[in-house]
Design a protein around this ligand. Structure first.
Ligand SMILES: Cc1cc2nc3c(=O)[nH]c(=O)nc-3n(C[C@H](O)[C@H](O)[C@H](O)COP(=O)(O)OP(=O)(O)OC[C@H]3O[C@@H](n4cnc5c(N)ncnc54)[C@H](O)[C@@H]3O)c2cc1C
Length: 505
């Protein structure tokens, strides 16, 4: 063998660098090799962090100061609804926080964050091979794995796959499964020339817009919402914005056109908020991409001498930005299994349980939050209920979990245990009801009938009793939507088919 190591990590992005760093900090004697195929990271998606991924970045990795200096402090998430492209800007429905966020969040430039994390792993003593591509892997069990990297043979006691959507282990072991029930796709790019959400021109032209909100809208992740699609508007340090469209191909087709950027811009202009804020936006360089069939998962993410972290383990949906949450949970979970195995413990039973919990969490998260959500995400009445219920459940569940003890709680997946199962059933139920209501509203021609002239501005979200109150507010909105649309569930009276006039004899 040309190189031998205790742990080989394939991919040096967020998940690979974090896992290597965590392992090295706790076990300085381990020989850890990180293999990264790119010479430099480019800007990628995964720019908006949540309370959970921010907890991982600040409390587990200890990056508060770095993030404060080099990225932007995020001010929550905000959604905008319209009932037609011509609707005046100030009549669009707005949902979000009224005040600054209670917990830290960041808008990150991933080309900088990933490079910083990989640099920290190298400083801690990990060996980084870059640019170097994994071209072959033979998983022979703990202590007997061999890899081919840029013509070199590497032996590794453990192999950790952090290769993102390349998902090298899941594909090599035939564990990779697309989530075909959720056919979503994305187009995105980086743009300059986005208007200032908080600047004097907009504030002067739209006084009710200016007066309604006490925090900065510009530092939020703003979402434009529609039937079968949503768009993100994420500010980046220095003035560029990340703009993207995610759509369910059962319900929506983006505008056609020669260039991805042109199609994206045309779509943004079809929403009054997009037209006002992004009307003069210009693509930065050639920084535009598209992915189809976004969600997938690996049937197993841990085995004898191998583990999978981050996007290589699976991906669901970018709405609410849970991508880096999964990266954090899997990085910590696999770290624990590797440490126990290298200490001589037989982890086969633990790996089996870990795989079961991962699959349960992945599918519960899908059913609870995303299944058929694209049917109702353009209807403000229904999304208001979901917004309050989803965000408060998130604070009562995963956010409370990780803040309770960041050091240990990232090794547990959300929805674990009896309370987790009950939560999964409740969330799945209201999500399915809202989706059913949307289909009925659509069939009756009243979809989006409350998409004008109101705002839902919440005091703030925190993992405490205030989230319980917000949850009940969400329940109230859901029940009101059920009652208001009750008439739609009564089948229309069946009218006798009109008879053909009797043929003249
Ligand atoms: C449209 C969209 C929007 C998103 N928005 C958000 C968001 O706002 N917030 C959020 O939290 N998440 C978001 N996500 C998810 C987020 O982007 C991912 O969860 C995150 O980037 C995954 O990081 P990772 O390190 O696992 O994988 P990656 O960042 O993909 O890193 C994988 C690394 O492996 C390297 N690699 C691959 N193959 C090899 C090989 N054979 N040899 C060596 N190296 C290799 C690659 O070069 C790369 O550096 C979004 C995802 C999508 C699709």
């Amino acid at each position: 063998m040309d190189i031998s190591c205790d742990v080989a990590v394939i991919g040096g992005g967020f998940s690979g660098a974090s896992t290597a760093l965590l392992l090295k900090r706790k076990n300085p004697a381990l020989k850890i090799l990180v293999v990264e195929k790119s010479a430099e990271f480019d800007r990628k998606v995964g720019e908006s962090t949540t309370e959970v991924s921010s907890c991982f970045l600040t409390r587990v990795l200890g990056l508060s100061t770095y993030l404060g200096h080099c990225h932007l402090a995020k001010q929550g998430l905000r959604m905008w609804f319209a009932d037609s492209p011509e609707q005046p800007f100030e009549e669009c429905v707005e949902m979000g926080a009224r005040y600054n966020s209670r917990l830290s969040g960041f808008q990150v430039d991933r080309s900088l964050l990933d490079a910083h994390l990989l640099g920290l792993a190298a400083e801690a003593g990990c060996e980084v091979l870059r640019p170097a591509k994994l071209t072959g892997v033979h998983l022979g069990g703990a202590g007997k794995n061999t890899l081919e990297i840029g013509g070199k043979a590497v032996s590794a006691k453990w192999v950790i796959d952090a290769s993102g959507r390349a998902a090298v282990i899941a594909r090599a072991k035939n564990l990779y499964r697309p989530l075909t029930e959720h056919p979503i796709n994305a187009i995105w790019g980086r743009f300059s020339g986005v208007k200032d959400w908080d600047g004097a021109p907009l504030r002067e032209r739209f006084p009710s817009y200016a007066g309604a909100c006490r925090t900065s809208r510009a530092w939020a992740t703003n979402h434009l919402m529609g039937y079968g699609w949503w768009c993100w508007i994420i500010p980046l340090r220095g003035g560029d914005y990340s703009l993207g469209l995610v759509y369910d191909s059962r319900l929506f087709t983006p505008p056609r056109g020669d260039s991805l950027a042109g199609r994206l811009q045309e779509h943004f202009r079809s929403h009054p908020v997009g037209r006002e804020l992004l009307g003069d936006a210009r693509l930065v360089g050639n920084d535009v991409r598209a992915y189809s069939a976004l969600p997938y998962f690996s049937e197993e993410i841990a085995g004898d001498g191998w583990g999978i972290v981050g996007d290589a383990a699976g991906f669901l949906d970018p709405l609410y930005s849970p991508g880096l949450d999964f990266c954090a949970f899997t990085a910590r979970g696999i770290q624990g299994l590797v440490e126990r195995s290298l200490a001589g413990e037989d982890i086969s039973a633990a790996a089996r349980i870990y795989n079961e919990r991962f699959l349960f969490c992945y599918h519960s998260w899908f059913d609870a939050i995303y299944r058929d959500k694209y049917y109702y995400m353009g209807d403000a009445e229904l999304m208001a209920a979901a917004f309050l219920l989803d965000v408060s459940s998130y604070h009562l569940g995963p956010v409370r979990q990780v803040f309770r003890d960041p050091e240990t709680e990232f090794s547990q997946f959300p929805f674990q245990g009896f309370p987790g199962r009950i939560a999964a059933v409740c969330l799945r139920f209201y999500n399915a009801r809202l989706s059913a209501l949307a289909r009925r509203k659509r069939a009756a021609g009243c979809y989006g009938d409350r998409n004008a002239n109101w705002r839902l501005l919440v005091g703030g979200f925190a993992p405490d009793v205030s989230a319980v109150r917000t949850f009940f507010r969400g329940l109230g909105r859901w029940l009101r939507a059920e009652i208001r649309n009750l008439g739609l569930s009564v089948p229309a009276p069946v009218r006798a088919p009109e008879r053909e006039p009797a043929a003249a004899s």
